[in-house]
Design a binder for this molecule. Structure first.
Ligand code: ADP
Ligand code: MG
Length: 393
């Protein structure tokens, strides 16, 4: 599946629609609290502007569910983008309509407009043909640089593409495809997947599908609780998905049949509440009835780090504990360091919280690739074709 990069397309003087991911967190006063996603698309936007394109950006923000929610206007995002580019960014009043058409038509070379929150229109998420054609009518060239929504077939990621003469991807998307594709090729072995996070149910399909590709799987976080419970351990007040115990057992059985090694924690950090000032490390055989497992313990972290050091291909999704709280962050930080210290391996991290954990550990620059997509990266590593990438291929 060949995909053209924006630098392989003729864009000078053309109206170039770029689907970007400007879904940033806002403060209660509606200021951008983290502009990482805006910064991420700057290379693509600046390249297009410097080539003399007329740039039209489209993005969603939050979940307005097809109606205009004034609090979810892209206005603060347009303001921040204008600051970063040091140039005016014209925000339209609506995603598609007479006002937007006028703004886009009046754009001159090297100027940039941002369409208002695409999800204000129900047509975006419904991949509605009329809405898609409306968006497409603004553009001579379509560029997708929003990896985070590439697993969704929406009007701005799929529907409009076939109605625009030329299409390709931006620099963010290009790098995502380049690195994540390597996990589907003939990888250096051992290939180890590290999975954690809040729920087994979110990631059961990923686990099953990774069994076909990897040599080993490390499981931590609340996800590990369910597996430990499936092995008959007493988890006290920990988060356990009781209805998933049979599936967890059958997964462990399948892994054994396939010769894939599954590593579960041997100790955990427990506390009586998420707000406890500190936790205590205990063996997984001695979790008190009134306690919750909130992180992997130091012995598990050492064992996991050894497995990571031995591996030559590594994929990580989901923190090992409640890393947002300092007393329960050590396991996640230890694994992040082990990833960073392995200079021989291809290291890939995906998932919103996982990316935040890697940034918090201060080692993001020593990871081969930190994906900007959560759900999208999980689908990609399973070998599932993403509609947003298929559309521009
Ligand atoms: P990602 O966003 O990287 O895909 P998830 O959203 O699946 O990751 O999981 C992250 C969340 O899991 C975090 O909010 C973290 O606090 C929570 N979590 C991890 N371990 C535990 C645990 N032992 N108990 C409760 N919550 C946990
Ligand atoms: Mg998350």
């Amino acid at each position: 599946m060949a995909v053209l990069g924006i630098d392989e397309l003729a864009i000078a003087g053309k109206r170039v629609f770029v689907r970007v991911d400007l879904n940033v967190p806002l403060t209660p006063e509606r200021r951008v609290s983290d502009d990482a996603r805006i910064r991420a698309v700057l290379p693509t936007v600046q390249y297009a502007l410097s080539e003399g394109a007329r740039v039209i950006l489209g993005s969603h923000l939050g979940r307005p569910k097809g109606v205009v929610v004034p609090e979810l206007s892209l206005e603060p995002v347009a303001a921040r983008l204008a600051e970063l580019l040091d140039q005016d960014v014209l925000l339209t009043d609506e995603p598609v309509g007479d006002g937007s058409r006028k703004v886009v038509t009046d754009l001159r070379e090297g100027q940039i407009a941002l369409l208002e929150n695409l999800r204000f229109d129900p047509g975006e998420e419904q991949n509605d043909e009329t809405f898609a054609k409306g968006l497409a009518s603004y553009a001579d060239v379509y560029v997708n640089d929003a990896f985070g929504t590439a697993h969704r077939a929406h009007a701005s990621t799929v529907g409009m593409v076939s109605h625009v003469a030329e299409h390709g991807v931006g620099f963010v998307m290009k790098k995502e495809i380049e690195f994540l594709s390597r996990l589907l090729e003939d990888v250096a072995r051992p290939y180890l997947a590290v999975l954690g996070g809040a729920k087994v149910s979110d990631k059961l399909q990923v686990l099953e599908s990774l069994l076909e590709r990897v040599d080993g799987i490390l499981i931590g976080g609340a996800m590990a609780n369910t597996f430990l419970a499936a092995q008959g351990k007493q988890l006290g007040q920990s988060r356990v998905e009781q209805d998933k115990l049979p599936i967890a057992r059958s997964f462990l059985r399948k892994a054994k049949e396939k010769g894939v090694r599954v590593h579960l924690p041997i100790d955990v950090v427990v506390a009586d509440s998420l707000d406890a000032p500190s936790g205590t490390a205990v063996s997984v055989d001695e979790i008190p009835a009134d306690a919750m497992a909130l992180d992997i313990g130091p012995a598990s972290a050492r064992g996991f780090a050894d497995e990571i050091a031995r591996s030559r291909t590594l994929f990580w999704n989901g923190p090992m504990g409640v890393f947002e709280k300092e007393p329960f962050s050590a396991g996640t930080v230890a694994l992040a360091r082990a990833f960073a210290d392995n200079r021989l391996a291809l290291t890939v991290v995906g998932g919103g919280d996982s990316a935040a954990a890697v940034a918090q550990a201060g080692i993001a620059d020593r990871i081969s690739h930190v994906s900007t997509g959560g759900g999208a990266s999980l689908e990609f590593v399973q070998g599932i074709s993403l509609p947003g990438i298929a559309a521009v291929s």
